[in-house]
Design a protein around this ligand. Structure first.
Ligand code: 0O2
Length: 202
């Protein structure tokens, strides 16, 4: 399997989407001091993780395009209320097609995971023509991101078999992250006002 060749369009898609979404962030910042986008990251799933996920789902390596998160983009915002305007803004774009949306913000996963997922078909132009790449856009708050990053590391450490004590702690931490988002939402306008003052001074 020529991984370099297989993953090239996914790399291209991630790089292009990062530029576009960072551009949106810059535009929001120019327009007002309160951008709903805190930061944007992107990655191509590491080859061992692709092989592992394909093996678990019994997907032949020739059919990798059925894995929806080889190209992954993450949009992180300050507040839960920022998530849906970003979703709306992405729905209006015509440089990709949304094929599925999963609202794990409203319907959290049993693990405690919260995030909004959009699966998109993104066209990449290559020397031999257009290739449609499937990519996953995850939209989440800083608190959701903090939780998910730590839970991901622990799952990696315990190879997916978290001890019940760790699971319990993670569930408590998920509740705390949820509460934090709720509390921050309540003082959102004050935080925005403070950021406007800071923006003016600097
Ligand atoms: P990695 O290492 O981040 O790439 P589905 O077929 O819809 O049931 P699928 O394809 O796994 O399931 O899609 P889903 O549930 O939307 O998850 C895709 C990605 O979302 C995951 O990729 C994670 O990045 C993230 N995610 C989903 N659930 C959890 C969770 O419980 N905890 C954390 N930390 N992240 C989660 P990978 O391949 O699992 O991981």
């Amino acid at each position: 399997m020529d991984w370099g060749k297989t993953l090239a369009p996914y790399k291209q898609a991630v790089e292009e989407l990062k530029v576009k979404l960072k551009g949106i962030r810059a535009e929001y910042e120019r327009e007002s001091s309160n951008s709903p986008i805190e930061f944007v990251t992107g990655r191509v799933k590491p080859i061992p993780s692709i092989i592992e996920k394909a093996r678990e789902r019994q997907i032949p390596l020739e059919n990798l395009d059925t894995l929806q998160d080889i190209a992954g983009i993450r949009v992180v915002c300050q507040f839960v209320d920022d998530i849906y305007p970003i979703v709306e803004m992405l729905r209006k774009r015509n440089d990709f097609q949304i094929i599925e949306e999963k609202d794990y913000v409203f319907h959290k996963k049993d693990s405690g995971y919260r995030s909004y997922h959009m699966i998109i078909e993104y066209p990449v132009e290559t020397v031999t023509g257009r290739i449609i790449v499937i990519a996953e856009v995850q939209i989440r708050t800083l608190a959701m991101n903090f939780w998910a990053t730590n839970e991901h590391s622990l799952n990696y450490k315990y190879e997916g078999n978290l001890p019940s004590e760790v699971k319990l702690r993670l569930q408590k931490a998920a509740e705390a992250a949820f509460k934090l988002d709720e509390e921050m939402s309540k003082i959102r306008s004050e935080i925005h006002e403070a950021q406007r003052v800071f923006h003016r001074k600097s």
